[in-house]
Ligand binder design. Sequence first.
Ligand code: ADP
Length: 754
Amino acid sequence: TKVAAAEPFGELVGRVREVCLGAYQHQEVPFEKLVEELALGRSLAHAPLYQVAFLFVNAPESYPLPGIETTSFQTNPGTAKVDLTLAVTDTSDRLLCILEYNTDLFDTSTAERLSSHFVTLLREIAADMDKPVGDLRVLPEGERRRLLRDFNDTSRSYPGDLSIHQLFARQARNAPASVALEDEGGRLTYAELDSRSNQLAQYLQRLGVGPESRVAVMLKRSPELVVALLAVLKAGGAYVPLDPEYPRERLAFMLEDSEAHVLITDSALSGLAGDADVRIVRLDAEREQLEIERDEAPHATVSPDNLAYVMYTSGSTGRPKGVAVTHRNVVRLVFGQTYAEFGPGEVFLLLAPVCFDASTFELWGSLLHGARLALMGAEALSLDDLSQALERHGVTTLWLTAGLFQQMVEHKVEGIKGVRQLLTGGDIVSPAHAARFLRECGGRLINGYGPTEATTFTCCHPITEAEAVAGPVPIGRPVANARVYILDGGMRPVPLGARGELYIGGDGLARGYANSPALTAERFVPAPFSAEPGARLYRTGDICRYLPDGRVEFGGRRDGQVKLRGFRIELGEIEAAIAAHPSVREAAVLVRAEEPGGERFLVCYAVPRSPQATDAGELRAYLAGRLPDYMLPQRYVFLPELPLTANGKVDRDALPAPDDASLARTGVYEEPQEGLETALAHIWGDVLQVERVGANDNFFELGGHSLLAMQVVSRVRELLHVELPLRAFFEAPTLNALASVISYIGSRQSEGKT
Ligand code: ADP
């Protein structure tokens, strides 16, 4: 039965009736014959041919016979024949309904809910046969209230009337001598951080920075970076974090799109700004002027609804989009919450790049509570570096993306033993690794979920017992002052247990996309269940369902947005960049893995305008000038045309698996030399899943990235007994160059020993 939401129920019944009457004409066909003809194949997973049955029995239940009393014969309720059967018997004054279900699949409570949905639906239909099918309610009032209200009973008080920098200043006043920042180079107390950021804020104000003005910040992770972010807020403005590793074209776009008129950077990086129309502040070159600024906070009339930052995330239209976040959005993330403990006793680690919103939690979760914020070094980090930093600084509260968490648990679990509160997420968290962490490290593990558009965390699921991890790790319940709704295509709540799209409301909801009212209107929609005028919900595109106790389980995406190693990527943005290459006619991008659960990578499928118009190496180099590293496909397949489905869309399932020919080699293949090079080629081949690695192959062109480099480092340690720094991959990215580095380090190590 094809059900169209707009069709009146009466018409639907009419159609179904015709189909059934047609089918009854063939009711003598044996069931076995049907199964055989359809050749569906047998599966142990479900009953053959159909899993759900509806029986309507309208013969009288008993025939009155003179002198004989009759009762109906009850079949033994031992086993269900199919997954679910609803049998309805028409007794003259009522309908007797029996729901039979497979207890391997359904709990009693689920079956009871299904029955109550059916009854609600019947009532609705009885009240109005001509209602469009999509408007018929299935949720009884009680369940609806539970889903919409009880599960969202999250209001808690928090200082929502104060701005981020006011809350920081309060800490600086209360405990000026406490350590605010700590890195390898030293420490900065709250008083020092306060006065240095005040000086820069004074300077920025004189450059015209005030409420709503955007100030781009492009600095490596360092105390100066934190000073700059705080100074922008103190001056009344909003920061726009820029990653100096991004291609220039992307940086230029972000500078222009964010309407930043000041850029804070240093002399080494300032060249990256090109000829952008901004006032560039070079912290090193302008130190003398800065040091004579007054060190008290400048006056700025900032309200909690003023902009605090604009953070860019991948956009499906081919351009990144800037999420505009306010002070209140941030303050509600770190006050009034129970998902983690905040306070002066905690030590956080600034590990996330400040262009990603996990940094919001790290920066302001620590600095607004008088805690210490340790800074991870700015250079590429290995699992060893990370565990050393955790130990050195005594980190108690840590955020790791799901991928890095998995790596740490697998290769360096002792490194995270001391962390009391470990938050992970940003992507599906592996249950096996979660359980192992809890078994071996104790502590508290929190699965954190949330898009940038709702300010870092929307739902959290804390777990302390390994036994509590059975199956997928839920994303939990909405955090304080967040609300979530799981809705169908018509924005109606789906029943508990059914899948729908997650919508987010509450005080974490960003203002929208900077400079993009149309996109904002598309994703930030009017809230249907709110009494508050103007309330909105953010459509996440995430498919979720409620578990019976109200926790939420994540179940994938409904669009082309993917997560790879914690990076949020719109495949459409990469496709647009490839299609912009002059020799490419059409393109599609997929995420694939060699085997289920294996390493996932991006594959580019391109249709060249003419044969040999471009090749993998050239196309990759072109994209590297436009996209950040994490968005570069690892494989390139050229096709004469893209396969299409019957309705003219790209048939993604029909795109072929890539082979070694799809590698973005820039040179020709060259046999590695016997000995060290061959040994290293084997390690690369295994880690990169490439059959033949050549002597002049480049690690990154073959699809390598920092997490894979970490794996090479540990294999080199095991097999070749050499401690290779991760940095070596960036300095010597080709196989023969890296082999030379290994040989050099190896000889130094043995000299050291003798
Ligand atoms: P974050 O940096 O907090 O991960 P992004 O805006 O980069 O935020 O990405 C948000 C998307 O990432 C979500 O819409 C969802 O698809 C995915 N995601 C985030 N957290 C989780 C999680 N704990 N489990 C599964 N998916 C998640």
